[in-house]
Structures are given as C-alpha cells and as structure tokens.
Design a protein around this ligand. Structure first.
Ligand code: C2O
Ligand code: CU
Length: 466
C-alpha cells in the first residue's frame, strides 16, 4: 500500500493539475467555467471477493478509458468552481448526486425533481461551487439500490487552503457487496429485510479491498476521512493501538475535537479523525466495527519510518463552514413522521422499482425518483428559519438525509452529544429530534432515508424552498 504523505499527495495533485484540479482553480479565478472532469459511468469486472472476479460491477472512471477499480476520490476547493461531465456507458439511466454539497438545485442530480434522466450514451454537465470544505461523496440518484450496490459511489474531498497540514491523509470508503459463489452478484435485497433494518451485504470492504493495510509515518498525525457508503450497514467505529481525535462529522468541523471512543456512523455519513500513529516502525493500529457481537477490522494502519514525534494535543478545531444559524425563537415547526405503511405495489419507474412499499414520511410513501412526484412536505420561504420535528415511529434506525441544506440538531430524546451541522441524521429507534435550518437555498430538496431499501420502498419526500 503506498504511503500518502504531504509530498506525494502534492505531487499527485500536481500531476492531475494540468487536466483537472489546478485547471479548475485557475479558470474559476479567471471567471470562466472550468474544464469538466469527465466521469464515465461504466461496467467493469473487479476483484472483490476471495473466490472469483465479480462481473458487471458499476464504477466511474476519469475520462473515457475503461476502469476496473473504485470510483476516484474527487478533489474540489471550497469557493472555487468545479465542473464534471457525466457520460453514461451503462445500460440504464443514471444521474450524479453530490451528497452534502450545498449547491444549486439544478445540479443536485435527482431525476424528475431537478434534472432529466441521463440515458445510456448520453451525458450531463454539472458545474457548481462547493461552499463548504470537508468530506462528502457522490452517487447516482436513479435505481439506487442496484447502482450504488454495484459500486457507483465515491468520495469528494473539498479542500480548504486554511486547513492545517497533517503528515498524511488516508481516505476510506466503506461498503459491503451482495455477492454469492464465485463473486457473482446475488439479489440486492430480501423483502422481509427491506421491511425491517435492511438487507446486509456478504463481503465487507474498505476501498474495495477486504481488510486493507495502509502505511503512514510512525509517530505522525494522519487525517483519516471515512465515508460510510453502504446501502444498509451502520458502523460503530472503534480504534485500537492508537488514539485519534474526531475533527469533523458529515463534513463539518466539531467545535472541540474529542477522542474517538465508539461512534455510530450510518449510511451516508462521514467521519474525519486525526490519528496519532504508533511510535515505532511495524506497529499497527486497527479501525474496527464494534457493532453487534463480532467486531471486525475495517482497516489496519502500519507505522513506517522513524517517529515524527507528533502530539495529538496539538490538534485543534478545523476552520468552520459558512452555515447560517437558524433563529429558533421565530422558526416555524414542521413535523416529519417516519412510519411503516400498509404494504402495496408502487408505480413502475424509469429508475427502477423494488416492487414493494413498506415506509412513509408523513403517511405518504414515495420512492423518490418516479414520474409522479407527490406534493412537497412543506413549502419554505427563502431565507427563513425552520425547525423540523423528526419523529421515528419505528423500531429501526434511519439515517435521514436532506439535500441542499445543512441543519443543526437542537435536541433529541435519545442523545446528549449534539454534533455540528449536518446533512444526515442517524435517527435511533423511537428517537424524536428537533433540527433547525435556514432555508437559504431555493429549489425542491429531497429528504430520505439512506438505507436505500427504505428510500426505494417509500421513505422519501421533499421540501420546497421558494
Ligand atoms: Cu446520498 Cu439523496 O442521497
Ligand atoms: Cu430507513
């Protein structure tokens, strides 16, 4: 595994710079739209399972060339224009959603709501300026259980020139695969599980590898950006053999970095930690999933070289993002109730259907990408403050994601720690939480569960900001 220190990272981005990263920055400063980074959605054969090559994995490649590994980490810069051209080489429609980025509605990637389907052979140009720095991700918003389940999901790093520089940076994409004998895909879900906590994969991976090992400088401070992209799994992160501080959650800096000590991260969420590597060459630290009865290793970090002798106490807060603070005293309250619903057949959709409806928001089930959108949950006035009163009336956890707007958790009957503003709240069973936001981004913004079977069987709605 290559060690990614600041120097190799800079060389890497300089090599890309002619075509993409730097080009984007210069063009933006010159006021023009940057050259698009071409993202080709395509099929590939990839080695994921131990017992065979998996055919018909879906991935994104840069440019038009064939690509057989995980989608690239896209690097953008806070406040600078970025452009991507999606080229669809799959055999079904797709789109790209930029999860967590507060960008213009027309760039949000939701078919029927914000843009047309991108059919096979077609493309779509995205151009936007990310307002916030941090760790985000991108994925389709069409036939999501199949497309994300087969591989279409990658990390976005929005850099901030004011961020502190660490000795290394490691990006981890966490996900499972539903593979059977010989590494072949099996049915993406079981209806009885979709009506409960969701269907789990059979092969667990980090960066499309089983239990990978990463090298990093001994005694160094390493920023680890972790994105939970699985369609179902909730992780409880624990670290052994090293100490780490949590510096950001879902892209936004925590006010006071705190020691990582078991933290739940649900589908769609991100966790940024700064880890102090062990002191001597060859020593390892392990990030594990401590949920359930049998913990397992997500990633191993191996110290290399002579100790850099860094101190975790030197890690302070990252610079914040410009998220408006809601005025809770005058905010209108909007109830959002998550429930199970009587089972019925949904209407067929160009973006696929699981053939079942199990869930609803405010009693209305909708899979989120059909040509018969429901009415918005509520119409919000541009610039006003709102409090969403989200009630989970089910015995299952639901990571609820809102597009285009970030919100702050005000209170909850289930938690004492209130995280920084977020785009995804992992609601615990029977949790009731109030979250506040300023409706400062106009458009129709989808809100849905990021357990994709729940999304696709009804737990989706949208807020309209006008
Ligand atoms: Cu991560 Cu509606 O998506
Ligand atoms: Cu859910």
């Amino acid at each position: 595994m290559p060690m990614l220190n600041r120097r190799t990272f800079l060389q890497g981005s300089a090599a890309l710079g002619g075509a993409f990263a730097l080009g984007a920055g210069f063009a933006a400063r010159a006021g023009a739209s940057p050259d698009p980074q071409v993202l080709t959605a395509q099929f590939a054969d990839a080695r994921i399972a131990a017992d065979g090559v998996t055919p018909k994995v879906m991935t994104y490649g840069l440019g038009e060339a064939a690509h057989a590994s995980m989608p690239p980490v896209l690097r953008m810069r806070k406040g600078e224009a970025y452009a991507a051209r999606l080229v669809n080489r799959l055999d079904e429609p797709t789109t790209v959603h930029w999860h967590g980025l507060r960008i213009a509605n027309a760039m949000d990637g939701v078919p029927e709501i914000t843009q047309p389907y991108v059919y096979p052979g077609d493309g779509f140009d995205y151009v936007f300026t990310p307002p916030d720095a941090g760790t985000f991700w991108y994925h389709p918003h069409c036939n999501t259980l199949t497309q994300i389940g087969r591989g279409l999901a990658g990390v976005i790093v929005v850099e901030n020139p004011d961020d502190p520089v660490f000795d290394a940076e490691i990006v981890l994409t966490l996900r499972d695969w539903r593979l059977g004998r010989g590494g072949k895909f099996i049915d993406p879900f079981k209806p009885r599980d979709a009506a409960r906590g969701g269907t789990y994969g059979t092969v667990k991976t980090t960066n499309w590898q089983r239990e990978p090992v990463f090298e990093a400088p001994a005694g160094g401070l390493v920023r680890v950006r972790i994105a939970a992209m699985d369609v179902t799994r909730i992780y409880t992160m624990a670290l052994d053999g090293a100490a780490a501080k949590v510096v950001a959650l879902d892209g936004n800096p925590v006010d006071t970095p705190f020691l990582l000590d078991r933290l739940d991260v649900g589908p769609g969420q991100r966790l940024d930690i700064v880890m102090r590597m062990p002191e001597s060459e060859g020593q390892t630290a392990k990030l594990s999933n401590d949920r359930g009865s049998r913990p397992w290793t997500i990633a191993t970090f191996r110290a290399v070289g002579t100790s850099l002798k860094r101190d975790l106490r030197d890690v302070g807060p990252l610079p914040g993002n410009p998220i408006a603070e809601a005025d809770v005293s005058i905010a209108k309250r909007i109830p959002i109730e998550l429930t199970a619903t009587a089972e019925h057949k949904p209407t067929p959709s160009i973006c696929g259907s699981l053939g079942y409806t199990f869930w609803a928001i405010n009693k209305v089930p909708w899979p989120g990408d059909t040509p018969d959108p429901i009415a918005p949950i509520e119409e919000l006035k541009l610039g006003r403050s709102y409090v969403l009163q989200i009630s989970n009336r089910t015995p299952h956890a639901h990571p609820i994601h809102l597009h285009g707007l970030s919100f702050r958790i005000l209170n909850s009957n289930k938690r004492t720690f209130l995280p920084p503003p977020t785009d995804t709240i992992l609601l615990l069973p029977d949790e009731q939480a109030e979250v506040a936001l300023v409706a400062d981004n106009p458009g129709d913004w989808v809100i849905h569960c990021h357990i994709i079977e729940h999304q696709k069987t009804g737990m989706t709605g949208y807020l309209r900001v006008v």
